[in-house]
Design a protein around this ligand. Sequence first.
Ligand code: G1P
Length: 273
Amino acid sequence: MVKKAIIPAAGYGTRGLPITKVIPKEMFPIGLKPAIHYVVEEAIESGIEQILMIVSKRKNIIVDYFDESLELEAFLKRENKQHLIEIVPVPTFPIHYIRQSYAKGLGDAIRLGKAFIGDEPFAVLLPDDIMLSEKEPALKQLIDQFNTYKKTIIGVKEVEKSKLKYYGVISGEEVSKGIFKIDNIVEKPSEHAPSNLAVTGRYIFTPEILSLLDLKKAPAEGELQLTDAIKELLFREECYGKVVNSRRFDIGLHGDYVKLINEFSRINAKRKY
Ligand code: G1P
């Protein structure tokens, strides 16, 4: 059973500068909620019961957002606006936090979750990818697949050739419809991408990945990529890619963010994920 999830939210968000100097991209508004709220909802709707967020010292606003606000609650009660208390986000379980002191990459951020995860499979949700699903949340689709395969499952989606350079790209044999046994993964290929299947920011991992990340550690200069550890995992275990049946919006790309906002103005904020 996959019950724990890591949400890494410690990156600088350089693609979103200058606004990301003060507003983390995870807090970009979509309707009246910040992006990360949808990602937490997706995790909860997928059956996750414990969340660890990896933040940085510039991301206290995320911690504040999910914290109880006794003062705001008291104010709303006093003003006879109790109905508004419900829309203020307080997850039904506490969210745990770890600070990544140095921006040493996505792999290093996930590595910090080792003690929290222990020896069980876990989910990773990257909060700059917002997934809109007609039926099952994207993460739930991966968890269902994990329950069958009991192996690492990475969410993928076809993207146009010109955008492959922004993502991890997998290749492999299609073993059943939309499920690929991965034989290679390349991080942000500048050319010669091995396929057009890009990693979407939703993963289910066996705990082995954490040992691999721990062994690798981040270099003194530069970043530890999650993809590097996945490459190594491929030598030890089978890993699968699953095409998720959700629409993906990468809010790190301005065009996608604008499309997502337009989408929400059309369907209004009722949709949860
Ligand atoms: C990360 C991963 C990449 C993945 C992407 C999905 O890149 O390293 O493999 O495709 O997320 O959004 P980042 O967006 O952190 O540059």
